[in-house]
Write a protein that binds this ligand. Structure first.
Ligand SMILES: [Zn+2]
Length: 248
């Protein structure tokens, strides 16, 4: 009998290691990841067990009918304040995509060192150290960090590296325009774009869509700054509808 249990244990352990390795490979041609990841994302236990924490991995939690509010924690480096309309933008964004309420907490983080060009590793650790997540049964969680700029994605105005976190690169936005209203538009569209990634959306080809890659990497196209996209196009809206259906 004990041999059977040993055999079972070995099989389960091997399956665990196999899935863990498969899910950690970012290669889109990895078919195990493609096929089974969405199934595992449906369960918060499986998400923790397999460390599923890429942008989009929290999509079912955001859409879950059991979560009626999104707790939004915004932390900013001194001098990299969010736009004064940030709370209004977030509330509208969450209402438009999830039809839910928000609770927003904005905090200046005095202890973040004033350095430019942070590598992804430093960004991840910064996100961990500023996060004061208060878990709640009925709330999902979004963490937004306002910081100088990125080293690994130096042209980016924003970036998402994990399932619940967005970085906004304020110095990069500052370099792009002298005009406050244009900077404000860039910040708003970047925020919307990154939140789209957290909800499971990919880039689209159409450049007048907020999910166009050129929204977060402004060097790719010299924008006419009066035409910065602020809306999800039909392709992205259709994507959101499909994700919402899968979450029910
Ligand atoms: Zn993007």
């Amino acid at each position: 009998m004990s041999k059977i249990f040993t055999l079972l244990f070995v099989i389960v352990a091997l399956a665990y290691v196999f899935l863990l390795r498969s899910f950690r490979l970012a290669d889109p041609s990895n078919s195990v990841n493609q096929q089974y990841r969405p199934l595992f994302l449906q369960s918060s236990v499986a998400r923790s067990l397999f460390f599923l924490n890429r942008p989009g991995d929290g999509r079912f939690e955001y859409f879950s009918p059991e979560k009626d509010t999104v707790l939004v924690e915004i932390d900013y480096q001194v001098g990299r304040n969010p736009d004064e309309r940030i709370e209004e933008w977030i509330a509208n964004l969450v209402l438009e995509t999830l039809r839910k309420d928000v609770e927003v907490v904005v905090t200046e983080q005095g202890e973040i060192l004033d350095i430019e060009g942070l590598p992804d590793k430093a960004l991840r650790s910064l996100a961990r150290s500023t996060r004061s997540r208060v878990s709640g049964e009925s709330r999902s969680y979004l963490h937004i960090v306002y910081i100088s700029s990125s080293l690994d994605a130096s042209s980016n105005t924003g970036l998402s590296l994990t399932a619940n976190e967005i970085f906004i690169f304020k110095d990069r936005i500052y370099e792009l325009s002298q005009k406050a209203n244009v900077r404000s538009l860039i910040e708003q569209s970047t925020l919307k774009h990154e939140f789209g990634h957290l909800l499971g959306l990919e880039h689209v080809d159409s450049e007048d869509c907020v999910m166009s890659e050129s929204v977060e990497v402004y060097e790719k196209r010299k924008y006419q700054f009066d035409a910065i996209p602020l809306d999800f196009c039909e392709e992205s809206l259709e994507g959101l509808r499909r994700i919402e259906e899968d979450a029910l």
